[in-house]
Design a protein around this ligand. Structure first.
Ligand SMILES: *Cc1c(COP(=O)(O)O)cnc(C)c1O
Length: 502
């Protein structure tokens, strides 16, 4: 299996190179040259397997330059009972909401309590092995732009991993109090965290620029280092996410929610379009899926795109209670356009250039139609998000976080609009305790306690939902990091943090 750049097909690399490099030199994203197929017989054989065994089968189809032993080593060290609390790191919770059955795929039982752990607990293992295969002995510098959850998950995944350093930038006013505290208290000798005056898109744009800047690359090279990425532009992030959609399907069959071979719908609360794209890749491999429901918050650029074929980022940016979805430039959409255009790199590059220069592009009628046939786009504003948290708790005594609530609200709207009763899996992407203030406000209009951890306590008393140990243990911990920088200075911050400013 080889990988191409979405913007220049002549860039061809192995999976180890794709993972080590993170992004192609031309600025495009690496994509597999074809979708390996998962036959119905193979899928049937997975029904009786564990999550780890399912993961090995799927990952093995893509990382063909890794040995079976190497893949087993990555999987077995990532999804341990110690880290995820169970042999199945991604369990389904079945609830009835407004009379319809929903299957919430809980992806937040890992060390940082968001779905990002599903990929970021295994990426360091992929990357270490990829560097051994391709890196020429260089250390990897992981640059991360985060809307809150990726940063902490990447810090935790890479802390004290030999031959890696990790630098995380987050928008100073764009993450929850718990997310900020999680990042600023991070331990480890190879980590650095810095806030930026700007939003997530500013951080992501600057990080991409630093990555592809030849001069900075040369300075790193002279110091025995190279950049890599832990954002979902890295193929090593997307690949592990394909696994849980396949695994959820198996669990749906095993619990009698769907007959083997019958289709499901998949709803995903979406920001950078990584999580939902992984689901789409599972579908291209052969997973029986009827429709993908793409759920946005008030930053509904994707809703408009799916409905009109026009992607227009020239609009107001809202800071919402679901901060990990406060994004106007959804990087991974580029990978979908590449597939939908029949793997046309020139066409894909044209759209991305227009986005860069004008902030807007319109896809061909053909792509628009193809996307509309598989994707439904909807959004939930702040009121709808709050109401969903409240109603779901009232009806089922099930507590969900703000991002998951966006997905539940949009899924509910979809079912009401279309009457489509296909069994649905909804990605539940974070623990409600990462967003205690917003969740508490949704449940109880009374006065809020002042401190973050008093809110956690109150939410726990009110609902009885257990507080995840990794969050509870942060109470009273002092911050190690407090730097704030302007986005223009991020490059300098990176070189200084690495101790190689020239
Ligand atoms: C990152 C994140 C999302 C959005 O996922 P994308 O892959 O960026 O679309 C949704 N919910 C939570 C809690 C997240 O951390």
């Amino acid at each position: 299996m080889l990988y191409h750049s979405t913007q220049d097909k002549s860039q061809v690399v192995s999976s180890a190179q794709a993972i080590a490099q993170g992004i192609s030199k031309d600025g495009g994203l690496f994509v597999p040259e074809s979708f390996p197929q998962l036959t119905l017989d193979e899928l049937r054989s997975m029904l009786t397997k564990t999550y780890g065994q399912r993961a090995k089968m799927i990952i093995g189809k893509y990382l063909t330059d890794f040995t079976d032993e190497e893949i087993a080593d990555c999987v077995d060290n990532a999804y341990t009972v110690e880290k995820f609390g169970d042999i199945n790191p991604a369990p389904l919770a079945n609830v009835t909401y407004n009379g319809d059955e929903l299957n919430l795929l809980e992806l937040w039982h890992g060390p940082t309590c968001a779905f990002k752990d599903m990929a970021l607990q295994i990426l360091p293992h992929f990357l270490t092995k990829s560097l051994q295969k391709t890196g020429g002995g260089k250390d990897a510098v992981i640059l991360v732009a985060t809307s809150g959850d990726t940063g902490k998950a990447a810090l935790e995944g890479f802390r004290d991993v030999p031959h890696t350093k990790i630098i995380v930038f987050y928008p100073v006013n764009g993450v929850s109090a718990m997310q900020k505290h999680q990042m600023n208290t991070q331990g480890g000798e190879n980590v650095y965290v810095c806030a930026i005056n700007g939003n997530f898109d500013d951080a992501q744009t600057a990080v991409k620029q630093i990555f592809t800047d030849p001069e900075t690359g040369a300075i790193l090279d002279r110091n025995g280092m190279m950049f890599s990425s832990a954002n979902s532009i890295n193929w090593g992030r997307l690949l592990p996410q394909i696994v849980y959609y396949v695994s959820a399907y198996c669990d749906m069959v095993n619990s009698g929610k769907v007959a083997f071979g019958e289709k499901i719908n998949i709803t995903v609360p979406t920001g950078n379009f990584g999580n939902i794209l992984a689901g789409y890749y599972a579908y291209e491999m052969g997973l029986p899926v009827n429709k993908f429901i793409c759920a946005s918050n008030s930053n509904n650029v994707l809703t408009d795109f799916i409905n009109t074929g026009i992607y227009d980022k020239n609009r107001s940016f809202y800071t919402t209670v679901s901060p990990s979805m406060d994004i106007l430039v959804s990087s991974n959409l580029e990978r979908l356009l590449y597939v939908m255009s029949g793997r046309n790199d020139v066409e894909t590059k044209g759209y991305m250039d227009a986005l860069k220069t004008k902030g807007v592009y319109e896809v061909s009628a053909e792509i628009k139609e193809k996307i509309a046939s598989m994707f439904y786009g909807g959004y939930a504003d702040e009121d709808a998000t709050e109401k969903t948290i409240h109603d779901l708790f009232e009806q089922e005594h099930y507590l969900c976080d703000t991002h998951t609530a966006v997905a539940v609200a949009v899924c509910d709207e979809y079912v009401r609009k279309t009457g489509d009763k296909t069994p649905v899996v909804i990605a539940s992407t974070a623990s409600p305790y990462k967003f205690s203030k917003a969740v508490l406000t949704a449940l109880d209009k009374g006065e809020l306690p002042e401190s973050e951890f008093d809110m956690v306590e109150k939410l726990n008393e009110l609902t009885g939902a257990p507080v995840p140990a990794p969050l509870a243990s942060l109470r009273g911990k002092t911050a190690r990091f407090s730097d704030v920088t302007d986005k223009e200075d991020m490059q300098g911050v990176v070189l200084r943090a690495l101790g190689i400013a020239e």
